[in-house]
Design a binder for this molecule. Structure first.
Ligand SMILES: [Zn+2]
Length: 461
């Protein structure tokens, strides 16, 4: 275990830019481009299309109708820390070094939750910082400790869980939660209010929590799930606040509840009468939980989009979709014996989503998608998942060069004619010599708590 040492390289680069040194000045981004990137863990077209068809996801529908939409292919197994890091770097796990929920402590050999310093390469927010773009990154996987960026970063307390994000963390007064450290004081009231708001909306999404007939295993799960919803609520509100007050030209906000809800409630939302039939009571009690979480997330997207400055282009991506995933051949007679049982999964890497709308985006809407989601264009080929292509495509959007050491490529069909016609610039690498911190896994006083929550949510054994 080691203690954090923040690299000063980025600051040095920024000084070189501001002082006009001619050598070492990195390419600068198109000043007219603004982007809001929203990450929805586990969102998939199969779950969304019935809701879109019924008009129940108005904000997502507006993005679909006005912009470019596609299925985004992913890796298998699709592990969130790995895929979200791939999305943010345009590099494969072997390059970026984040290979699962846990890394290994070199001293004890024990598995410890992955931390931002373990990422061996620059992420989009590092690159944009160097290229003169003010950024704001909220809640993204594997961003604790918060990184030194040209703007703000709010990390989940200890990146992997997204679940220990709660008021008491801030009472701990750890400044490595945010960049800059004093941002913590500015967002403190938003966090405090978010906890209360989340408890109210959680009851509306999951009325089963207060139903005496709900079995213990589901109640135990919902207690863990509450903290994911607190995270989502707080990330939504911090994201909107920073967009309104700071007007960053690049903002990224991560929301994780769709994934966690899908894992547990898939079989109730998408029952298969031929196997694991539901009782009428189960349908009534849990059948709409996943849909309600999608509707809550759609509302959050609407609020973030509304908070973004005029002229902001919006991209919504997910790391994977979800599908029925039984862990055993037939339903257990007593579910309480399987408190961590899941019924939705993404081990095989079902397609995620990509939406891109606003200035610079193409339009490809086809009403036929409402009947046949398979008709959506699919980004990615065998051996080259589309999640690799988000960062290179966004660099092109900002008129920045794509690096030769990035595996991902630009997906031109998502762009308007003007941007698609621009010939892509290349650069050897965006990596700065000595630009990444020591990758040794870090200790944190809450690592055991994080591991316990990951276990409770069924992420690790
Ligand atoms: Zn998941």
């Amino acid at each position: 275990m080691k203690h954090l040492a923040t690299p000063g390289i980025l600051l040095l680069s920024l000084m070189l830019v501001c002082c006009g040194a001619r050598t070492d000045v990195p390419p600068q981004a198109d000043p007219d481009r603004r982007l809001l990137l929203i990450g929805i863990d586990g969102a998939g077209w199969d779950a969304m299309i019935p809701l879109l068809r019924r008009g129940e996801l108005p904000h997502l529908e507006a993005l679909v109708r006005s912009g470019y939409a596609a299925r985004l292919t992913t890796m298998a197994p699709a592990l969130s820390p790995v895929v979200w890091t791939t999305i943010a770097t345009g590099k494969r796990p072997a390059q970026h070094g984040i290979r699962g929920f846990l890394g290994r402590d070199p001293d004890t050999g024990e598995g410890v939750p992955v931390t931002s310093n373990m990422r061996r390469v620059s992420a989009l927010w590092n690159i944009l910082s160097v290229a003169g773009v003010p950024v704001s990154v909220v809640g993204w996987w594997v961003t604790w400790p918060a990184e030194e960026v040209n703007g703000t970063m709010v990390s989940p307390y200890a990146a992997p869980g997204q679940t220990t994000w709660k008021g008491s963390v801030y009472l701990d007064g750890r400044s490595d939660q945010t960049w800059p450290g004093d941002l913590l004081a500015r967002i403190g009231p938003t966090i405090e209010q978010g906890v209360g708001k989340a408890k109210d909306s959680f009851r509306e999404i999951f009325p089963a929590l207060e139903n005496t007939a709900t079995p213990d295993y589901l109640k135990a799960f919902l207690k863990d799930m509450l903290w994911v919803h607190v995270s989502d609520t707080i990330f939504r509100d911090i994201g909107a606040k920073l967009l309104e007050e700071d007007k960053p030209r690049f903002a990224a906000v991560y929301l994780g509840g769709v994934d966690v809800t899908g894992h547990r409630f898939w079989r109730f939302a998408h029952p298969r009468p031929d196997e694991w039939p539901l009782t009428g009571t189960q349908r009534e009690a849990y059948g709409d939980s996943l849909n309600r979480y999608y509707r809550w997330t759609d509302d959050a997207i609407g609020r973030l989009v509304a908070a973004a400055p005029p002229g902001t282009t919006v991209m919504v991506v997910s790391d994977h979709g979800m599908e029925l995933a039984h862990q055993r051949d037939r339903p257990p007679t007593d579910w309480n014996q399987y408190p961590h049982e899941i019924s939705g999964g993404h081990t095989r890497g079902p397609d995620g989503i990509l939406l891109f709308s606003g200035p610079g985006a193409a339009r490809n809407f086809d009403p036929g998608w409402w009947d046949n989601g398979a008709a959506l264009p699919r980004l990615g080929e065998a051996g080259h998942p589309g999640v690799l292509d988000v960062t290179p495509s966004l660099l092109h959007f900002f008129a920045l060069p794509v690096a030769d050491d990035m595996t991902g490529k630009i997906r031109m069909p998502m762009f308007s004619n003007e941007i698609a016609a621009r010939s892509p610039a290349r650069i050897e690498t965006w990596e700065q010599p000595g630009g990444r911190p020591d990758p040794t896994p870090m200790s944190s006083p809450r690592m055991d708590e994080v591991k316990e929550r990951l276990r409770g949510l069924g992420y690790i054994d």
